[in-house]
Design a protein around this ligand. Structure first.
Ligand SMILES: N[C@@H](CCC(=O)N[C@@H](CS)C(=O)NCC(=O)O)C(=O)O
Length: 218
């Protein structure tokens, strides 16, 4: 059986959550890196695959799927066996994971993107309202992992993968992360996963490059 192909921007947060899911499941993916700089995602070939032109996108034979959270669910469903704690079949456990995935899509990731990542890329300043949002988002995660190893309990789930890729933008946060000790303990646990560094390093390399560029032009 041919490997699933993953179209990705190296370092991209939603691509990293999919890559960590594949690693956790031991599923090899055929990586198809795209360059956002060269606008590969807007090429006629890629638009035929994904008219929304977003990465991550997977191609599994004649089936194509995009949206990172949908891809994570698909991979666990396809390769996770009878019941996999990454996305349990238990209705309530699954509902809790879904709640966090929805919160991440609607609030958390968006806050990290708009308040920490995009200002670095676009060389813009954040508003007071955005600064308040980011504090609330960190507080939310801190409360969520209080007395737990992972976001929904003591087992790792795809919600942890979804949230941690946005949380990693804390490296850009000028405030004091020691105010969120539960969240930071969880983040350390995530960083200790055997595949964490390999998958996430390209993001930190991108951040370093952008910081350098910003320093040179300011
Ligand atoms: N909600 C989507 C977001 C995907 C997304 O916006 N990916 C960015 C890269 S981080 C992208 O492909 N941007 C190019 C574009 O939207 O044209 C997901 O989780 O997969």
């Amino acid at each position: 059986m041919a490997n699933i192909q993953l179209y990705h921007f190296p370092g991209s947060p939603p691509c990293r959550s999919v890559l960590m899911t594949a690693k956790a499941l031991g599923v090899p993916l055929e990586l198809k890196p795209l360059s956002s700089l060269n606008k590969d995602h807007l090429s006629p070939e890629f638009l035929k695959i994904n008219p929304d032109h977003t990465t991550p996108t997977i191609v599994d034979g004649d089936f194509t799927l995009w949206e990172s959270r949908a891809i994570m669910r698909y991979l666990v469903g396809k390769f996770g066996g009878e019941d996999n704690s990454l996305y349990s079949r238990d209705l309530q456990k699954r509902a809790e994971v879904d709640r966090l995935l929805d919160y991440d899509l609607g609030v958390f990731y968006r806050t990290m993107l708009e308040t920490l990542m995009l200002p670095l890329r676009n060389k813009t300043k954040t508003t007071k309202e955005q600064d308040e949002k980011v504090i609330k988002a960190f507080e939310r995660i801190d409360t969520q992992v209080k007395d737990k190893k992972f976001l929904t309990g003591n087992t790792l789930t795809i919600a942890d993968f979804a949230v941690v890729v946005g949380f990693a933008a804390e490296v850009l946060y000028p405030g004091d992360m020691s105010k969120y000790p539960n969240a930071m303990a969880w983040y350390k646990r995530m960083q200790a996963l055997p595949y964490y560094k390999e998958v996430n390093q390209p993001f930190f390399d991108l951040v370093e490059n952008l910081k350098k560029q910003r320093a040179e032009t300011s």
